[in-house]
Design a protein around this ligand. Structure first.
Ligand SMILES: Cc1cc2nc3c(=O)[nH]c(=O)nc-3n(C[C@H](O)[C@H](O)[C@H](O)COP(=O)(O)OP(=O)(O)OC[C@H]3O[C@@H](n4cnc5c(N)ncnc54)[C@H](O)[C@@H]3O)c2cc1C
Length: 496
């Protein structure tokens, strides 16, 4: 008899765990509370338009351990078109000046040196550090299961990087830009606008541009939903059982051993192993009732900063809007949209590069801005509806400033708030990528296991500050590698 694994949550982490569990012969059931899989990696269709919520870039589109996972789980195959943008984002300030974050490091360096010739030396240093970081590759196996020889080789390859790790591992971008000695005030203001003003980790910033430069962090045509659908098909195609519209309320535990899950209707689904790939806070504090806290888990949930939730206003436009920039960010800190002051500005994304998002000759624009959880946590139903109307009207007025006359071409305007995200995925405080990668936690992560609870693993974005699709999928794979170890089975991968 095959042992049974129950997986809570059908997001990218849960789907990944499900696929590897089936590849290794476990009877596997994913329990998902929503009507469909994908979690944060999702999109929705309105009047022929598709509004994507997640995917802009996917680390591992070209090589490395993440690339293996995308191939193994069916996310990447020969039919999937990868799009590598030349520009990450163009930023505009309130003085009418603009600044481009290019993805190619040579081009960016040249652009930056022209922008701030007095800082050329420091700019070259920054871009050089990004180039050097290309040696960094994620480990393919989890801690404790790494082949010592392979680990030595990886570490050896990473020697040039050690200095960067030691220098910047615990530094945020604000300090990094100043430590580099950049003096051009406009350059500093633009760099700060996105990365330096949020406590964002310097190492995460460096790594991101390294991946872009390697063309190893592209966009997949079709976006988030087809990505999740390909994983779901792979899982069910391998014989995995998917139960949707079922919310897990408790993890059944006997003698400090996970025995299954209890659904909100009171029914028990028994299992030999439980993996929670659901929201981290709900897992620890609700499903396990806070009984298995470790010092580290408590510290992280009390002290690590969270991603600020987002409001997304999506527009279906009945005309074609060409652009050179997939994302434009407007740093207008005093702008109000609904009740939110856009302290970190707002961005407008144009999906011109993905024809699956709009009918021929039409376009999708998406406006996003951060809106603190405090704006939403106690809002009542009537107020909420009014707030959505206000956001819709304010967003259309802003769009009109950027694209004169566009109002009459707007066929659909859809508002998704932090509460929308919480409703469909249960994500804690609307923190859509979990813990913000900062100087405090960038070199840290939470374990997949809890020492005092047997036959239980966690997977998903809450284990790795910064979140994102690659760590989510990788932790699903790692959970199955640990279970294979526990079962004294060789971990198997299907040939792809
Ligand atoms: C706006 C936005 C942009 C993003 N852009 C990118 C990007 O460009 N690149 C990138 O790599 N990442 C990006 N991300 C992050 C990425 O989407 C997430 O980090 C990743 O999808 C998290 O996957 P997960 O499986 O860990 O968690 P989730 O997606 O949160 O999945 C958890 C699942 O568990 C289910 N669940 C929760 N509680 C229960 C319960 N009690 N019972 C049953 N089911 C339950 C939920 O419904 C959900 O399906 C973005 C996210 C957002 C929102």
């Amino acid at each position: 008899m095959a042992k049974k694994i129950v997986i809570i949550g059908g997001g990218i982490a849960g789907l990944s765990a499900g696929i590897y569990a089936r590849l290794n012969g476990f009877e596997t059931e994913i329990i998902e509370m929503h009507s469909r899989t994908g979690g944060q990696c999702t999109a929705w269709d309105r009047n022929g338009y598709r509004f994507d919520y997640c995917l802009h870039w996917l680390a591992g589109t070209r090589k490395g351990a993440f690339n293996d996972i995308w191939k193994e789980t069916g996310v990447l195959n020969d039919d999937v078109r990868i799009i590598d943008h030349d520009v990450h984002t163009r930023v505009h300030d309130d003085q009418g000046k603009s600044f481009i974050f290019y993805t190619d490091l040579k081009r960016w360096e040249e652009y930056l040196c022209n922008f701030a010739p007095e800082d050329a030396g420091k700019i070259k240093k920054m871009c050089g550090e990004m180039q050097k970081s290309s040696f960094l590759q994620p480990f393919s196996d989890p801690p404790g299961l790494r082949n010592p020889f392979k680990s030595m080789v990886s570490l050896f390859k990473m020697i040039p990087l050690m200095m960067i790790f030691m220098k910047y591992g615990r530094m945020d971008c604000n300090k990094y830009f100043r430590k580099l000695g950049l003096t051009n005030k406009t350059l500093l203001a633009f760099l700060d606008s996105i990365y330096g003003s949020r406590g964002f980790s310097a190492l995460a910033f460096i790594m991101m541009f390294t991946w872009f430069n390697q063309k190893n962090a592209g966009y997949l045509a079709g976006g988030s939903l087809p990505l999740a659908d390909r994983m779901t098909e792979k899982f069910t195609g391998l014989g995995g059982k998917l139960t949707t519209r079922a919310r897990v309320s408790k993890i059944a535990v006997e003698n400090n051993t996970a025995k299954g899950v209890i659904i909100s209707d009171g029914s028990l689904i028994e299992a030999d192993y439980v993996i929670s790939a659901a929201d981290g806070y709900s897992t620890i504090f609700n499903m396990l009732e806070g009984k298995y806290l470790t010092k580290k888990i408590s510290y992280a949930y009390q002290n690590w900063e969270l991603f600020t939730p987002l409001v997304q206003v999506s527009f279906g436009i009945k005309r074609h809007l060409e652009s050179e920039y997939p994302t434009e960010t407007f740093m207008l800190p005093d702008q109000m949209i609904g009740r939110t002051k856009t302290t970190h500005g707002y961005s407008i994304m144009n999906y011109y590069y993905d024809p699956t998002m709009a009918p021929a000759g039409k376009s999708v624009l998406v406006m996003r801005f951060e809106s603190p959880w405090e704006n939403w946590k106690d809002i009542d139903v009537a107020e909420y509806e009014k707030e959505k109307d206000k956001i819709r009207n304010d967003a259309i007025a802003i769009l009109e400033k950027h694209y004169t006359g566009i109002s009459s071409d707007i066929e659909v305007c859809d508002v998704a708030t932090p509460l929308t995200d919480v409703k469909y995925t249960g994500v804690w405080k609307g923190a859509y990528e979990g813990f913000l990668p900062s100087s405090k936690n960038m070199m840290d992560n939470l374990n997949l296991f809890i020492p005092d609870l047997k036959n239980f693993y966690m997977a998903g974005q809450w284990l790795f500050p910064g979140g994102g699709l690659p760590p989510a999928a990788q932790s699903g794979k790692w959970a199955i590698q640990y279970i294979c170890r526990d079962e004294k089975k060789k971990f198997l991968l299907q040939k792809y």
